[in-house]
Design a protein around this ligand. Structure first.
Ligand code: PBG
Length: 324
């Protein structure tokens, strides 16, 4: 055969493959989500997330130190709120002595260079398990936004580098930016969960924080998986309102959205490789049906290739070990 072009030449050996690889994963691409619990010496494995844990603050700080040594530069904090502190106002979310605020301070004190991001939404604090305030069975937008602004200011005050609103209320990014500016926190960033879909893949996360909605679902605020243009609209609005980074969530089933958003905005795009995606890989690997390490690296590389500049993933630690 005479062939003018032989693409296999560039795939022939590990050396040439490494030379022409278009996408490279670095530990600093990864954001490690952390589940934090009250108490001391508490380490609880999440039943639907094998080898992932909810830890009290002492263990969390040690984990952050380890992550830093592995090259991870950012953590995203979630707390499990005690049942007796949950209500329909979210007030515990901006308690200066709340678990989140104490966690931010402890982590910043132990590893000051670690970039600390915090989840901003009312669900862990809500007696209804919803991301907003409930009135007559409805999740009301504007009062919720006021609560989210207070919550964000309180995280900034505790020392968070960036707040990450994951609630999908309208207008919250602009309101949070304004609240931060007016309260002297002009250096605090905002990573907006811009295109967050009403996904069944959040199930294991809701087990981890005991935050499943008590009634109904989240479809009046999270997006319909059928929609694509709407994701671009949401991302552009959030950039306009002052988001420093926009996020697409979930990851793997939404890579077309990641690419659309990447092409539309002039800020970094992050992607949340969520709890259900983690659980699926862990479960299949446990059955011996896929190679776990290869599945992790292929997943994360694919998300980056699709346009994800940053990836929040429960595989952060394992992946950092694999690529360093
Ligand atoms: C809460 C929040 C959720 C996740 C991140 N922030 C759950 C939800 O919206 O119900 C999911 C993360 C995951 O599944 O890994 N607003």
């Amino acid at each position: 055969m005479y062939l003018q072009r032989r693409p296999r030449i560039l795939r022939a050996t590990p050396a040439i493959r490494a030379m022409v690889a278009e996408t490279r994963l670095r530990p600093s691409d990864l954001i490690a989500p952390l589940f934090i619990d009250e108490g001391e010496g508490v380490v609880t494995e999440i039943a639907s997330m094998p080898n992932y844990y909810r830890r009290s603050l002492d263990g969390t700080v040690r984990e952050v130190e380890e992550l830093w040594k592995l090259g991870i530069r950012s953590v995203l904090l979630f707390i499990k709120c005690k049942d007796e502190l949950k209500d329909n106002t979210g007030a515990e979310a901006w308690n200066p002595e709340g678990l989140m605020q104490r966690s931010i301070r402890a982590i910043k004190q132990a590893v000051p260079e670690m970039y600390v991001m915090t989840d901003v939404a009312l669900d862990p604090y809500s007696s209804f398990g919803h991301d907003g305030i409930v009135e007559n069975g409805e999740i009301v937008n504007d009062p919720t936004v006021e609560a989210l602004v207070q919550m964000s200011i309180s995280h900034a005050e505790a020392g968070a580098d960036m707040v990450a609103p994951s609630d999908m209320m309208d207008g919250r990014i602009g309101a949070i930016r304004e609240g931060l500016e007016h309260n002297g926190y002009s250096k605090t960033g905002i990573m907006a969960y811009s295109a967050k879909y009403a996904s069944c893949f959040y199930g294991p996360f809701r087990d981890a924080l005991d935050s499943a909605p008590g009634f109904g679902d989240k479809k009046t605020y999270q997006m319909d998986p059928a929609n694509r243009t709407e994701a671009v609209k949401e991302a552009l609005m959030d950039v306009e309102e002052g988001a420093d980074i926009v996020m697409v969530k979930p990851g793997l089933p939404y890579l077309d959205i990641v690419r659309d958003v990447k092409n539309a905005v002039d800020v970094p795009v992050s992607v949340y490789n969520i709890s259900g995606e983690y659980a699926m890989i862990k479960a299949a690997a446990k059955m011996g049906w896929i190679n776990e390490e290869k599945a992790i690296l292929e997943t994360l590389t694919s998300i980056k290739r699709a346009g994800g500049d940053l990836i929040a993933t429960y595989f952060a630690k394992e992946a950092a070990k694999l690529i360093s």
